[in-house]
Design a protein around this ligand. Sequence first.
Ligand SMILES: [Zn+2]
Ligand SMILES: [Zn+2]
Length: 418
Amino acid sequence: MFYENITTCEECDFVNSIPPLRRGERFRCQRCAHVLVNVHKHVSVRIMGSGLSALLMLAMSLSFPFLGFSSNGIERTVSLFDTLSVLLSQGYLVLSILLSLALFVFPVVYLLAILFLVWSFQHQYVLKFVQRYCVRWLLVIEPWLMVDVFLVGILVALVKMSSLADISLELSFWAFCGYVILLLKTMVLVDKRWLWNKVAGRSAEHSALAMTAKKQGLIGCHFCGATLSGHATHCNRCGHSVYSRRPRSINTTVALLVASLVMYIPANVFPIMQTTFLGSTEPSTIMGGVLLLWSLGSYPVALIILFASVVIPIAKVLSLGWLCWQSRYPSRRLTKQKITLYRLTELVGRWSMIDVFVVAILTSLVQMGNFMSILPGPAVLSFTAVIVLTMLAAMAFDPRLLWDKDDVTGASLEGGEE
Ligand SMILES: [Zn+2]
Ligand SMILES: [Zn+2]
């Protein structure tokens, strides 16, 4: 059974009382339907199983050839390490650091932290502050794990090269697929409130009512869901700094959005990739790559790149900008629709990284001097900056601000749905 009495929703500030949950049951916020608790059956054993297997698969995917390349009698195979070392040797330090963080460092830290935590739940002598530290890091790096995006990037790279060369998938590629699936499975099993409940116990009981924390003079910790007294500055359960509404949330979000818009210009004007074929070098921009794929008849891949690299970043900036406007000057539109838009922007943002990964994969794979070679263009870094800035903007935005209008107008639980 999972016991947690009172929790505050991090998306709408509504104080929920959670009934005792059996394993396998989930609990949604009574106001915004955000999933607050989702405790799986045999969760510790399953996390142990999938986490350890993911690490094993990663070790395997690093030990064998990853992709093979052959064109006009020239053959070459690369390992997963080569994707990093080629970038490093070509002087793309930032890109290789980003790639190693997103593919190896963050996932391994995440897996080790969750495995250690699950193990430590059976061992009472493990210091509580070590456990807390692990949970905090785990939750912070979670949005930055991008192995699934990389996997799709590989498939796009295959299609992109199909007219110039044959690319074969080697043993490591299949191990990498296993690693991605098992890592995602582990991430699905991890529940934030379950972890804090295990590490730091139930959140302190408050005689809170079924309304927003702010209305009752309380503060909901957005990091662990604890409900705290109104003058708290730090959460007594997870230790994170707390605030009723994130200070300067809209200003920070808008500043990050403006910065990402500025970076969007060089990202689209300058070439993202430089292809050398039989001595002549041809730069291609993001849009150029899309048009080339389209002319080659790879319509689905052209559409994926168009959506991921052009449409999503701009749509994300526009929708977050609109949400900021709405938090300050709310319209009569339903808050539920706005919150759906917010969740969507959070969900799709990281998929824009596909094109960066495609360029990184092709750079490591296609290095045959003047015959054929591919190098990243200057737009790669500005495009990565666009994605990171929009992701930070979405994190800086406090969705609780969207609901405050309903509180002022007194719209009740049912009223919000009309
Ligand atoms: Zn909620
Ligand atoms: Zn907390």
